[in-house]
Design a protein around this ligand. Structure first.
Ligand code: ADE
Ligand code: ZN
Length: 320
């Protein structure tokens, strides 16, 4: 069966950097990688937790230097996404991970948007960009990043919050989210991946998020689940990521069916597909096989992905 048409709502563009492209860009930019071969690099993709993954994820970004690099990265993702039934992608990027290495935020955004602007015709995929703040950096750094992005805000749909969660609650970023909302941007945040349900409450009540990224730990707080259900707040769940980062032990133990049964507006996404063993459809087939989800449940997940998207009402309705 061809893959169901779907929207990808939780996808870090830097997490789509495949070993093959990493080596090609390293060569092009004269960057030395601490791995001799692609296989040696792939062998390092065994993670004990989120931080263990993030260490490699940030290190490998050293190969991304020019506008062309960011355009090539996005084009490689879009070509894969098309094969996986993705019709619409809302794509995270981490500006601070690049500006900290001396790469200008304009270089990042111009490179990405060059590929994204061509994507409807080249791949049949519409896109949005979500600018994430690194929560393990300071609130001041997030605010300075937001100010440096002001010339490009017409290209950015939402702000997000990612990187090491525990110890960095959403409330730390109250001011910059207020600025983003004032500027007319949507808001999302990673919460309840490794962090407690209290972080999901903060994302909702202090940051005013339109969606919660991950959110799987909401199940530990039934009042929180009731709130998420009542408001139909979308959760962008990433099953293969949760296994690789040991949020769950095995895919067969994943709480996705319980989340659907609870009436949560759940979507299935790929997070960092190069590192976690699969793109969007790979996540759909993995949950089908491990959790016994039937075709009706998969169709619900695909429909939810459009319902939860930032597409305008009319375009969204055409997918439902
Ligand atoms: N950055 C890239 N992937 C992430 C994840 N799963 N959680 C937090 N930050 C991330
Ligand atoms: Zn993520």
């Amino acid at each position: 069966m061809p893959p169901l048409p779907k929207a990808e709502l939780h996808l870090h563009i830097e997490g789509t950097l495949e070993p093959e492209l990493a080596f090609a860009l390293a060569e092009r930019n004269g960057v030395e990688l601490p791995y001799a071969t692609q296989d040696e690099l792939r062998a390092a993709y065994s993670f004990t937790d989120l931080q263990d993954f993030l260490n490699l994820y940030y290190a490998l970004m050293a190969v991304l230097r020019t506008e062309d690099d960011f355009a090539d990265l996005a084009n490689a993702y879009l070509a894969r996404a098309r094969e996986q039934g993705v019709r619409h992608a809302e794509i995270f990027f981490d500006p601070q991970a690049h500006t900290a290495r001396g790469v200008d935020i304009g270089t990042v955004i111009r490179g990405l948007t060059r590929a994204l602007d061509a994507a409807p015709r080249a791949y049949g995929i519409t896109t949005r960009l979500i600018m994430c703040f690194l929560r393990d950096e300071s609130a001041e750094s997030a605010r300075a990043t937001f100010e440096s992005a002001r010339p490009y805000l017409d290209r950015i749909t939402a702000v997000g919050l990612d990187s090491a969660e525990v110890g960095h609650p959403p409330s730390k970023f109250r001011e910059v989210y207020a600025l983003a909302r004032e500027a007319g941007l949507k808001c999302v945040a990673h919460a309840g991946e490794e962090g407690p349900p209290a972080y999901v409450w903060e994302a909702l009540d202090i940051l005013g998020v339109d969606r919660v990224d991950h959110g799987v730990r909401c199940l530990e707080d039934e009042t929180l689940v009731a709130r998420l259900v009542a408001d139909q707040v979308p959760l962008t769940v990433c099953p293969l990521s949760n296994v690789r980062l040991r949020v769950v032990d095995r895919l067969a133990d994943h709480p996705l069916p319980a989340m659907l049964d609870a009436g949560l507006l759940v979507t299935v996404n790929s997070d960092d597909p190069s590192y976690f063993g699969g793109y969007a459809e790979d996540n759909f087939t993995a949950v089908r096989d491990a959790l016994g989800l039937d075709q009706a449940a998969l169709r619900t997940l695909a429909r939810n992905s459009f319902r939860a998207s930032f597409l305008d009402e009319e375009t969204r309705a055409a997918y439902l």
